[in-house]
Design a protein around this ligand. Structure first.
Ligand SMILES: Cc1ncc(COP(=O)(O)O)c(C=O)c1O
Length: 434
């Protein structure tokens, strides 16, 4: 009974007064460089220098509105959701339902029950492999994945292939760093059951022609799965325009908290595939012989949900929406131009992927002749510049471009030209001292 009422709330409207309170609590953002003022982490110094945070592709900073939304839930609303129970349970329930509607709208879905809350992109991809994959993939079938994929979009499919006897097939990358569409088309066959591809690579930062890829990949008895971990922070995500069957993203890469994410899936697929985790909150009328599974995405919400994570994620999505992706892109392209100039000025630095400001989000992986990525990371950290280095969870991609390790600087809406110049100066100094 409780569960039915809880589900009922998902499709319903949140009380206007609750929404008004939430919106009122969100600081109004200002355009341009003033976006920075919303990020308290940027007010600190690191190793005696102002923090230059260029590790957003790993995880983004959080704006005050997200910190406040999490704080408010923790301080006053932290209860196990229940739409027909006590006041705190009702508040938690309403906020959780509202977060699902916000996430649906963010990805361009009309049905909130197409939104599964997950722990992040990795969990979303594993969910598809474990459910749709296990139910539909058989020995001799093929799973087609890009050679440049992040390991979270490779290993779940490999595990599925090992479990079922399916064969992994990989499509290549062009020299510029884009998926090789001719290779993709040539490798799709009658046994291809799953095609998994990222919208933006976490190494190259290049914006893949995802709608074209999906249109090539679609076919009967086959699903196309999009890893949107690196695209959703920077580009409007429209699942219907993209034309995929599933799409996964992570909250922590787009200003929200860690341990939260979204898996969007076509409703008819969610209905037809088996549940993953079993337990409370994903079924009702549970007797000794029978259980009625919940509708759509709710079937995948076993156990007490991460309400706080969903609320923080929704606050981040509203914040991004209020700024708008057109403004974010415009800012990013300006920053990209500066970054590409600074990298090109260093002859011993090699950028991986096409040096095209308009074709990229703010992700730049590079190798430095005579210096390991670990040395570069350490040298920049001394100057208060946070970047990442290593195999970037994409070793086959790095090998495709002639290396096994790379450094990576990644930007976001709070990055300004001064950040890029501090990075460029620190890198120039690290290169000189090699
Ligand atoms: C392209 C891509 N896919 C998947 C993931 C995995 O995301 P998460 O660790 O949030 O599950 C990442 C994280 O770096 C990524 O960049």
């Amino acid at each position: 009974m409780f569960r039915r009422e809880f589900i009922g709330q998902v499709a319903g409207a949140v009380a206007a007064s609750q929404l008004a309170t939430r919106v009122g609590n969100e600081a109004v953002h200002q355009a341009g460089s003033d976006w920075r003022s919303q990020f308290p982490a940027l007010r600190q110094r690191v190793n005696g220098h102002p923090l230059t945070y260029l590790d957003t592709a790993a995880t983004s900073l959080r704006p005050q509105v997200v910190i406040d939304a999490l704080g408010q839930f923790d301080a006053t609303d932290n209860a196990n959701p229940g739409a027909a129970l006590h006041t705190l349970a009702r508040r938690a329930s309403a906020s959780f339902d509202e977060a699902r509607r916000t996430a649906a709208e963010f990805v361009g879905a009309t049905d909130p029950l197409e939104v599964v809350f997950t722990r992040g992109t990795t969990e979303g991809l594993n969910l598809v492999a474990a459910t749709w994959g296990t139910a539909n993939v058989r020995s001799g079938d093929e799973i087609l994945v890009g050679v440049g994929e992040h390991s979270s979009n490779m290993l779940p499919w490999r595990a599925l292939a090992a479990r079922t006897g399916a064969r992994m097939v990989y499509f290549g990358l062009t020299d510029a760093g884009y998926p090789d569409l001719a290779d993709l088309a040539a490798k799709i066959g009658p046994r291809t059951r799953i095609v998994a591809v990222s919208h933006v690579s976490n190494v190259l930062g290049l914006i893949n022609p995802i709608a074209e890829i999906c249109s090539i990949a679609r076919g009967p008895n086959r699903i196309v799965v999009v890893d949107a971990a690196q695209s959703a922070p920077h580009l409007a995500t429209e699942v219907r325009t993209i034309g995929c069957d599933f799409l996964a993203l992570s909250s922590h890469k787009l200003l929200g908290p860690m341990g939260a994410g979204v898996l969007w899936g076509r409703r008819e697929l969610l209905e037809s595939m088996p549940a993953w985790h079993h337990g409370s909150n994903m079924a009702h009328d549970v007797g000794l012989e029978h259980a009625e599974l919940s509708a759509g995405a709710l079937k995948f919400g076993a156990g007490t949900p991460n309400v706080s994570g969903a609320i923080g994620l929704a606050a981040a999505l509203r914040y991004l929406r209020s700024i708008g992706f057109a403004a974010i892109r415009q800012h990013q392209e300006r920053i990209n131009v500066r970054m590409l100039e600074r990298l090109a000025a260093l002859p011993t630095v090699r950028l991986i992927g096409a040096p095209d400001a308009r074709a990229r989000v703010g992700v730049f992986a590079f190798v430095v002749q005579g210096r390991t990525p670990a040395q570069v990371v350490a040298a920049l950290d001394e100057a208060g510049v946070a970047i990442r280095g290593g195999d970037l969870a994409a070793l086959p991609l790095l090998e495709r471009f002639g290396t096994t390790r790379a450094a990576r600087a990644s930007c976001y809406l709070y990055t300004n030209e001064a950040d890029i110049d501090r990075f460029g100066d620190a890198l120039a100094s690290a290169v000189r001292h090699s």
